[in-house]
Design a protein around this ligand. Structure first.
Ligand SMILES: [Mg+2]
Length: 401
C-alpha cells in the first residue's frame, strides 16, 4: 500500500459523505442529499429489506484490508437478497468511526484508528450538527458543542469506499443514503431489493421428501479465520486459497434469482451450515438427514482432511486422536459444519427439480450439491461415510454466547 505523508485536515461529515460515499443514483426518485431517499418498486414487485452490521472485533479483525472490508460489508447484505430470490436495488450505509477525544485534537493525543495502527493520512472529522451521539468515554452530553473530533484515515476510507462501490456496481446497487457518526468502528448496511411477492424464497417452505442443496464450498472461510486466530496452522498457499472466501465472499444473487419457482425454501449460510439449515427446519417444522461425505469442500480443505483421520463419528473412529496439524480433523469438521461466513445458499427443492438444478449449476458455472433430504420430525442428523451419526453438539456461532 502506498504510504501518504501524514496530514491533518478538518473535514465536515458532509464533505466526507460527498467525497467517499456519493455516486449517481439514477434509479432512485431521490438519492443522497435530502432527509430521506425516495424509491419506487418496479410494477408487480414488492420491496425486500434487510440490515446486516459488521462490528470490528466481532465480525472482522482490526487489521482487515479496507478494500476487502468494503466488499464484504455489502456482500453479506447482498447474500440476504440472494437468499430471498430478490434483485438488490438500493442500499444505505451507516458508519461509526473511532473517536479521537472530544476536547483534544489528534495533534495532542495518540489516537486509535480503524486499523489499529498509525494512520497514514488522517483527517479530523468535525461534527457540524449537535446530533445525539454515544459518549463511550462517559463525557458530557453537551460535548457536541465542544467540536468533537474524529480520526479519519482517508487512505482507509478511500479503499473501503472503492471496495464497496466495486461490488455495488457489479450488482447494479445504488447507495441512496446513510449516516456517519463516531464510535468503535461499526459498519451497517440496509439493503433494499425487489421480488414478485409470490416468488420470494422463504425459510418456511421445505417439504418432507425434498432434497437439501448447497452452493459452492463450505468451510474455507472458517478455516482461514481459524488460522488467523492460531487455532490451526496452514501453509501460505493453503491460507491464500481460503482467505478470499473469508475476506471477499461472492454473494449468490444470480442463483437466488434462478431458484425462484424451483426452491421450496432457502437461506444463506452466514452462521454455519447446521445453524442456518436449522432455521429452515424450524420454520418449516421438519427434520433433515445430511451425508457428511456429500458436503462440497474445496480441493484445499479436502486435502487437509485426507491425510488425517476420517471425520469424527459417534462410534468407531473416535479412538484415533487428531494428528497432523494443530486443531486436527475435529476443527476441520467444525469449520465445515458449523463455520460461519460461507455466504453460500442452502435450499430445499422437490426431487423432481434435481435435473433443473444441475442445469442451473452448469449455466451459472457454480457447483450445486445435494447434501441430504428433508424428513419428518425435528432436528438434523449428519451421517458419516459408514452411516453412523456424527456426534455434533449445537455449534453454530451464537453472537451472544
Ligand atoms: Mg441471512
Amino acid at each position: 500500500m502506498r504510504r501518504v505523508e501524514p496530514a491533518l485536515q478538518t473535514m465536515s461529515e458532509f464533505d466526507l459523505i460527498r467525497r467517499y460515499f456519493t455516486r449517481a443514483t439514477p434509479s432512485a426518485l431521490l438519492g443522497v442529499g435530502d432527509d430521506a431517499a425516495l424509491l419506487q418498486a418496479s410494477a408487480g414487485n414488492v420491496l425486500v429489506v434487510s440490515s446486516d452490521m459488521l462490528v470490528c472485533g466481532t465480525h472482522f479483525l482490526p487489521d482487515a484490508d479496507p478494500f476487502m472490508l468494503g466488499h464484504k460489508t455489502l456482500a453479506v447484505n447482498l447474500s440476504d437478497m440472494a437468499a430471498m430470490g430478490a434483485v438488490p436495488r438500493w442500499a444505505t450505509l451507516a458508519i461509526a468511526l473511532p473517536l479521537v477525544h472530544g476536547k483534544e485534537t489528534s495533534h495532542e493525543r495518540p489516537h486509535p484508528n480503524p486499523l489499529g495502527e498509525t494512520p497514514s493520512h488522517s483527517t479530523r472529522l468535525q461534527t457540524t450538527a449537535a446530533k445525539s451521539l454515544v459518549t463511550p468515554e462517559g463525557e458530557g452530553a453537551n460535548e457536541s458543542l465542544c467540536e468533537p473530533m474524529f480520526t479519519v484515515d482517508e487512505t482507509w476510507l478511500a479503499q473501503f469506499s472503492a471496495g464497496f462501490f466495486a461490488l455495488a456496481q457489479q450488482h447494479g446497487v445504488e447507495l441512496v443514503g446513510g449516516d456517519t457518526t463516531r464510535g468503535p468502528l461499526n459498519l451497517c448496511v440496509t439493503i433494499i431489493g425487489e421480488v414478485p411477492a409470490q416468488q420470494a424464497l422463504r425459510r418456511s417452505g421445505a417439504q418432507i421428501g425434498d432434497e437439501i442443496w448447497v452452493s459452492g464450498c463450505l468451510g474455507d472461510a472458517a478455516l482461514a479465520l481459524a488460522h488467523l486466530q492460531g487455532r490451526i496452522t496452514l501453509d501460505a498457499m493453503e491460507f491464500a486459497t481460503c482467505a478470499s472466501a473469508l475476506h471477499q465472499p461472492q454473494p449468490r444473487v444470480a442463483l437466488g434469482l434462478a431458484l425462484r419457482g424451483i426452491a421450496s425454501s432457502a437461506i444463506d449460510v452466514s452462521d454455519g451450515l447446521l445453524a442456518d439449515l436449522g432455521h429452515i427446519l424450524e420454520a418449516s417444522q421438519v427434520g433433515a438427514e445430511i451425508e457428511f461425505a456429500a458436503l462440497p469442500l474445496s480441493a484445499m480443505l479436502r486435502a487437509c482432511l485426507t491425510p488425517l483421520n476420517p471425520p469424527l463419528s459417534g462410534g468407531k473412529h473416535n479412538s484415533s486422536p487428531d494428528k497432523g496439524r494443530p486443531g486436527g480433523v475435529g476443527l476441520l469438521q467444525q469449520c465445515i459444519l458449523c463455520g460461519g461466513d460461507d455466504y453460500e445458499l442452502c435450499f430445499t427443492a422437490p426431487v423432481a427439480r434435481h435435473t433443473n438444478l444441475l442445469s442451473i449449476a452448469t449455466r451459472l458455472d457454480l457447483p450445486l450439491t445435494c447434501i441430504g433430504k428433508v424428513v419428518a420430525g425435528r432436528g438434523c442428523i449428519v451421517h458419516d461415510a459408514s452411516g453412523d451419526p456424527i456426534n455434533i453438539e449445537a455449534c453454530g456461532y451464537d453472537h451472544f454466547r
